[in-house]
Write a protein that binds this ligand. Sequence first.
Ligand SMILES: C[S@@+](CC[C@H](N)C(=O)[O-])C[C@H]1O[C@@H](n2cnc3c(N)ncnc32)[C@H](O)[C@@H]1O
Length: 312
Amino acid sequence: MKWSEICIHTTNEAIEPISNILHETGASGVVIEDPTDLTKEHESKFGEVYELNEEEYPEEGVYIKAYLPVNSFLGETVDEIKQAVNNLMLYDIDLGRNQVTLSEIREEEWATAWKKYYKPVKISKKTTIIPTWEEYERVSSDELIIELDPGMAFGTGTHPTTVLSIQAIEQYLQPGDLAIDVGCGSGVLSIASALLGASEVYAYDLDDIAVKSTSINSKLNNTDKQIHVRQNNLLDHIDMEADVIVSNILAEIIVRFTDDAWNNLRTGGVFITSGIIQAKKQLVLDDLEKHGFRILEVNEMEDWVAIVAKKI
Ligand SMILES: C[S@@+](CC[C@H](N)C(=O)[O-])C[C@H]1O[C@@H](n2cnc3c(N)ncnc32)[C@H](O)[C@@H]1O
């Protein structure tokens, strides 16, 4: 996939609202290039040193960069972003130069660009994901902070499919709930569930690197008492009465365990599915309805779809 980098030259004051606008329009990997970063140490626990290139930073103000997939909606999305940023002036937010530039980058460049600047990212109203080596100061008392080691299993926690899953968890998971995370990867959804008050979270993945990664990341976030992780194929041989099951996996895989999801949910329980591409949305919707689920929500970001369904 080709990506386009949008760069907004603005002020420190505008970082938070502009980052929110970019997330809401489905941009990936919002990064801030603040010249004060050039004087900070950027050494990770694992010895990698991030060399920042002075030329990429503005002399004054900050650059906010994000990545948009190059598709037929790109022009409209950029106009939408510009309009929303301009509207911030109505709230007396100083936008500084407010210069917007767009450039195309290759997939490989995107991967390294992202890693080099990996910073705390606010991915939803409540949740901010921070890389293990970054210092981060809580912005509000109810902010949910997930510390992740991004270098391991899928992923950085900022992929649209993960963001859609976390947004649904924030909305539907109640404190005290029992949750199951099928295909836990880095453990990000299990950690979000535990931080939102789930009493127990059962996290499963087929890949042993993901199992290790979830285990490490749940310790990092002091959620290892609630999160029970083990290697498992989907929900094979699992027998529970969960309040919430979340699964960010491909559509073709979701439809393989809709039965098991139904059997492992209490009546009234919620099944959050993500990782579904547009072309497979109907396949999953039909399958969920065929099994007796009622569809509560269908949410979309970029080309991705997440469905929230209830066992009735
Ligand atoms: C798209 S990643 C999602 C990771 C994480 N939950 C997130 O939202 O960032 C899908 C995960 O599902 C796992 N997976 C794929 N097939 C599986 C299966 N049959 N049983 C269990 N896990 C599976 C993969 O190993 C991968 O970690």
